[in-house]
Design a protein around this ligand. Structure first.
Ligand code: NAP
Length: 287
């Protein structure tokens, strides 16, 4: 399915989510990291992605408060996403993990995601654990402690298993998504069920940059390879969340609304074959 590019999406429960977010994996939990995030907020990012696993929630909270105090990004306009770490899966531990994250962030959490599913082959009770974690997420939503809940790295079998016991389906699924890695089955399931897909490592963490097809298209459209990757995600109805430490690249990555990749070139990218994948497979992750 190819959806038309938008500047915002509306989740099933009405929450408006920007079409491009900002990733923070490997951005450090110190003043340097804080300055990077302040730059990103100044550049115009309003959807911020972190996770307990990234160990930088404290700095994220400080940067968001600073941007609010300095007046260029009101807290109410920023959508802050964080994720339950794998060791915190389960009902009680998810609720505890949520409170720990809130404390570190010094702020409310807007979107809360399950970072990774537990999978068949890793644990026999994988369905039960995912379903219990989800029950805690639903409670947080019902109690209005979050604005939206979702998952990350869930393939269709994880989503279908979850749907058997869920009262509400995830509103979002954040998965690896870049040219060379698009998991059409997951994308299709999500789009058919009203689950917004966010694309992590949308630049393949730079592994895409030397690909001949993408370089050729970058030249043809007068854009960078990064912009081709991000625009391709947008034209698939996927919200890319690129990470960069550079203010110039922050702007470059946002500047993708004034050109369009042709249908034929979209297809060429779709069919380029597997490339640049992280190798992080939800079915084999044991950490
Ligand atoms: P990415 O965004 O695909 O790539 C980041 C790399 O690309 C950095 O090395 C960055 O370097 C470089 N870069 C960014 N913009 C560029 C540009 N315009 N030109 C040239 N180089 C550029 O990789 P990622 O950080 O893995 O993924 C993005 C976010 O997704 C993460 O930060 C994290 O929030 C999320 N994520 C989630 C999961 C999950 O399991 N849910 C897994 C992985 C990632 P500089 O910083 O030097 O610019």
């Amino acid at each position: 399915i190819r959806l038309v590019m938008k500047k915002d999406y509306i989740l099933r429960n009405g929450l408006v989510v920007p079409a491009i977010g900002f990733g923070t994996y490997k951005i450090s939990d110190d003043k340097e990291g804080e300055d990077i995030l302040v730059d990103a907020l100044r550049a115009g990012y309003r959807l911020i992605d972190t996770a307990t696993m990234y160990g930088n929630e404290k700095m994220i909270g400080r940067a968001i408060r600073r941007a609010d105090e300095e007046g260029f990004a009101k807290r109410a306009d920023v959508i802050l996403t964080t994720k339950v770490a794998n060791e915190d899966r389960g009902y009680d531990s998810t609720l505890r993990a949520f409170e720990r994250s809130e404390k570190l962030l010094g702020s409310n959490i807007d979107i809360y995601l399950i970072h990774w599913p537990l999978s068949e082959g890793i644990a026999t009770n994988w369905r039960k654990v995912n379903s219990e974690t989800w029950r805690a997420m639903e409670r947080l939503l019902t109690e209005k402690r979050v604005k939206a809940i979702g998952v990350s790295n869930f393939k269709t079998r994880h989503l279908e298993a979850l749907a058997e016991t869920a009262e509400v389906l995830p509103m979002m699924n954040q998965v690896e998504f870049h040219p060379g890695w698009m998991e059409p089955e997951t994308l299709c399931w999500c789009q058919n069920h009203g689950v917004l897909v966010e694309g992590w490592s949308p630049l393949g963490r730079t592994r895409m940059f030397d690909h001949a097809l993408l370089r050729g298209l970058a030249e043809k459209y007068g854009r960078s390879v990064a912009q081709i990757c991000l625009r391709w995600a947008l034209q698939h109805g996927v919200v890319p969340i690129p990470k960069t430490t550079s203010p110039v690249r922050m702007k470059e990555n946002l500047d993708i609304h004034d050109f369009s990749i042709s249908e034929a070139d979209m297809e060429a990218i779709d069919n380029m074959g597997i490339a640049g994948e992280s190798g992080l497979d939800p079915d084999t992750i044991t950490f």
